[in-house]
Design a protein around this ligand. Structure first.
Ligand SMILES: Cc1ncc(COP(=O)(O)O)c(C=O)c1O
Length: 356
């Protein structure tokens, strides 16, 4: 008899999968989704468009029209190419697979986005986490020392960082780029709609930098579309390990249609930025709560007892993320996604019960 234990890698056997709790019936503020749906007339037109999609055909592997539209709408520098992924998660995975030479390392500040580490592990790359400072800003000296010591193949810099919300200083990133002459720097701009600052216009200015984006936080998490912007020489290599039909026809058609209406999504992001400011003030005024500055659509908050706060919110049917066990720097921290005005009111009401 053959069992998984005979066949599957030992490190995989000991892993647990990425946890996604069932949010049915909850105010869902745990995954940095945009709370707004499309306006009904736009959704109806999208429906008509999707009805015309040929589901019997495989998707175009490199859909030229969609790629051109992304380049145009997102102001991609002319010298850069665009590589599409089934979410930026898949792009991270492609980068890991393509860079997985024996002994190669991936480096990122920690606490950071967990998929950098998980994806490195899946591809049997070593992950080096460089702790942020106590105030959750980048420890640039530690980053430079780690770069020199480990010479990682890949460095991830989330701009802004998840789960802290920190927007690392451009001057620090420039120092890392200059020092990392044997590494690829991936600047992950998943939260760019809320940061409104970007390295994309400079994606053609360095030979060791690529910029990663996603439409997820813009309001289209369900369609799973991420993209990597960078020099054709880099992207051509990642493209070789891309599953052949990775972005499905419905996603391609939906993105192609909605990029013509990106003003609708931009307006939603603007509302969320305003809600973020209001929520940060209100939460910061609660007893025992410390709100860290955030350039994302979420707030990292330190409370006296994160587990108790999480449980009280759960009882009030509000789902947030307790990140306190992710890293020692996040002791007693919870992460709150910024929702609609109404959701934020429900969140605040529940937080008032938890923190009094
Ligand atoms: C920093 C960062 N990068 C990438 C992603 C993943 O984005 P996608 O939905 O495109 O896979 C996330 C999701 O939370 C994130 O926080």
């Amino acid at each position: 008899m053959t069992t998984p234990q005979d066949i599957i890698r030992r490190d995989v056997l000991s892993m647990t999968g990425y946890p996604v709790p069932d949010a049915t019936g909850f105010v869902k503020l745990d995954a940095m989704e945009n709370p707004y749906t499309l306006p009904a007339p736009l959704a109806a037109r999208l429906g008509e468009r999707l009805a015309g999609v040929a589901l019997n055909r495989y998707p175009a592997p490199r859909p030229a029209t969609l790629i051109e539209k992304i380049k145009h709408v997102m102001h991609v520098p002319a010298a850069c190419d665009v590589l599409l992924g089934n979410g930026s998660d898949e792009i991270i995975s492609m980068i890991s697979v393509a860079c997985a030479t024996p002994g190669a390392k991936v480096l990122a500040p920690v606490p950071g986005f967990v998929m950098y580490q998980m994806s490195a592990k899946f591809a049997q790359l070593e992950f080096v986490g460089v702790p942020l400072k106590d105030d959750l800003t980048l420890d640039i000296e530690a980053m430079l020392a780690a770069l020199a010591e480990h010479e990682p193949a890949v460095v991830y810099l989330a701009y802004p960082n998840n789960p802290t919300g920190t927007l690392f200083r451009d001057a620090d990133i420039e120092r890392i780029i200059a020092a990392a002459n044997r590494s690829l720097i991936v600047i992950d701009e998943a939260y760019q709609p809320f940061a409104q600052q970007s390295w994309l216009p400079r994606a053609d200015a360095f030979d060791n930098v690529v910029v990663m984006r996603t439409v997820s936080k813009l309001g289209l998490a369900g369609i799973r579309l991420g993209y990597l912007v960078g020099a054709p020489a880099w992207l051509a290599e990642f493209d070789k390990v891309r599953p052949p039909y990775n972005v499905n026809v419905l996603t391609q058609a939906a993105a192609d249609f909605l990029l013509d209406h990106v003003d609708v999504l931009d307006a939603q992001a603007a509302e969320l930025r305003a809600e973020r400011t209001k929520l940060a003030h209100a939460v910061g005024a609660l007893p025992g709560a410390t709100v860290f500055p955030s350039a994302g659509n979420f707030l990292l908050v330190r409370v006296p007892d994160a587990a108790a706060t999480f449980e009280t919110l759960l009882t009030a049917r509000v789902l947030i993320k307790n990140v306190s066990k992710m890293h020692p720097l996040l002791a007693n921290c919870v992460r709150l996604t910024v929702g609609s005005a109404e959701e934020n009111e429900q969140l605040l009401a529940a937080l008032r019960l938890a923190l009094h």
